[in-house]
Ligand binder design. Structure first.
Ligand SMILES: *Cc1c(COP(=O)(O)O)cnc(C)c1O
Length: 391
């Protein structure tokens, strides 16, 4: 029996990644996800999760999960089009459509799959997709898989976007943007974007991954807060909602197109009913007064964090609950993230290709449950890490 396996291509590539400070490992976290967390055995304040409203460990949501599992089992057993579409899935989609004020909604197993499914279902090789340069990898992959022509505009440059939208000879034009940008925290001017789309007969898709639950009445999202109704909105259930999965919401015919065409929905096993039950419980909480209270606390924390950051010379501001501290160089981002963790603050280093080369950063994400003392500690630990970097 020969045991020779040629590992050279992989080890060479890994060496290259290490040399460029782009090598990645997965930190191990333990304990219930809250404002504190254990990372590789270090107890730390958590500024890296997307659990903005602190719902991932909420007892009612955990209970909905447990009841869902008892009632419907551990797995869904099949694709939703075969035998995996349970009552819970239907109930979740009905709730989302009502909450969003759309005719219908479709749930996906993840936001990645939702974006790939939506973009490939709505467009093909006769179409044009106009996309912000900082859109999430799942949008980029959806654009690639759709085989549409893709025109990328500089981040939030609406003049350039409008030029591109006027491309001729396409069957359909679709503009796609995040509503709150995942790595920068910027909010999209959706009113203006929507007006441009209207003017030129383009469809608008908005990714509300980081705004669902956080902005708008009952946490409907940033589009709702801006008074905009995109042709299609997607959002995830794994961030502020605290569970897992994603949704698309829009007109009934468009949702039927997804069911008929979105391969990432058709050719994957449906989300486990327990997950779906817990997501529904979380959305009910998000749209209640308790959700309102948590949103207000998160907003308060964003304001406070911004105030505290002013003590850092020439640095950052918190434009939303996502706060990037740009440091430029990948090695520096890694060193600083390590220094923060040693100081008891978990803020991940974000590097290329998640962000453009030369824009590596520490990314702080805020939670409604962070206390003022937590925010103060984060800023003081960040300051120390920055001081250690100055020559
Ligand atoms: C996280 C994220 C996704 C993917 O959602 P998952 O449910 O984690 O797969 C899509 N779009 C944006 C902007 C995101 O930040």
């Amino acid at each position: 029996m020969s045991t020779f396996v040629d590992e050279t291509p992989w080890t060479t590539e890994l060496e290259e990644l290490r040399a460029r400070n782009l090598y990645r490992v997965m930190p191990v976290v333990s304990g219930l996800p809250g404002r504190t967390i254990q990372v590789n055995g270090h107890e730390a304040l958590n500024f890296s999760g997307n659990n903005y409203l602190s719902l991932a460990a909420h007892p009612d949501i955990i209970q909905a999960y447990a009841l869902g599992a008892e009632r419907y089992g551990a797995g869904s057993t099949a694709s939703r089009l075969i035998a995996g579409n349970g009552e819970s899935h239907r109930e979740l989609e009905a709730f989302i459509a009502r909450w969003k004020g759309t005719e219908a909604a479709v749930a996906f197993v993840s936001g990645y799959q939702a974006n790939v499914g939506i973009l490939t279902a709505m467009t093909g090789c006769e179409d044009l997709i106009v996309s912000d340069e900082l859109n999430h990898a799942s949008i980029i992959d959806g654009c690639r898989l759709s085989r549409a022509k893709v025109a990328v505009y500089p981040h939030l440059d609406l003049n350039r976007m409008e030029d591109l939208v006027q491309g001729n000879g396409f069957r359909r034009t679709l503009v796609v943007t995040e509503s709150v940008f995942s790595m920068d925290g910027h909010r999209s001017p959706l009113r203006e974007i929507s007006a441009i789309c209207r003017r030129h007969g383009a469809f608008l898709m908005v990714d509300e991954a980081h705004a669902t639950g956080v902005f708008g009445q009952q946490g409907q999202g940033w589009a709702s807060q801006q008074g905009v109704m995109p042709d299609i909105q997607m959002g995830t259930l794994g961030k502020a909602v605290g569970t897992s999965g994603a949704y698309a919401a829009g007109s009934r015919p468009l949702m039927e197109i997804l069911i008929n065409r979105a391969r990432s929905l058709i050719y994957t096993t449906a989300a486990p009913p327990a997950v779906v039950c817990s997501a529904l419980a979380a959305l009910k909480l998000i749209s209640s007064e308790e959700g309102e209270r948590r949103r207000a606390a998160l907003e308060e924390n964003t304001i406070t964090f911004n105030e505290l950051l002013k003590s850092i010379p020439g640095h950052v501001s918190a434009v939303s609950h996502i706060v990037p501290v740009l440091v430029g160089d990948s090695a520096r981002a890694l060193r600083m993230s390590r220094a923060c963790l040693e100081g008891g603050v978990f803020a991940q280093a974000i590097r290329y290709p998640t962000v453009p080369e030369g824009t590596a950063r520490l990314r702080f994400t805020l939670m409604s449950s962070h206390t003022r003392a937590d925010l103060q500690k984060a800023v003081s630990v960040l300051k120390t890490a920055l001081d250690q970097e100055e020559p």
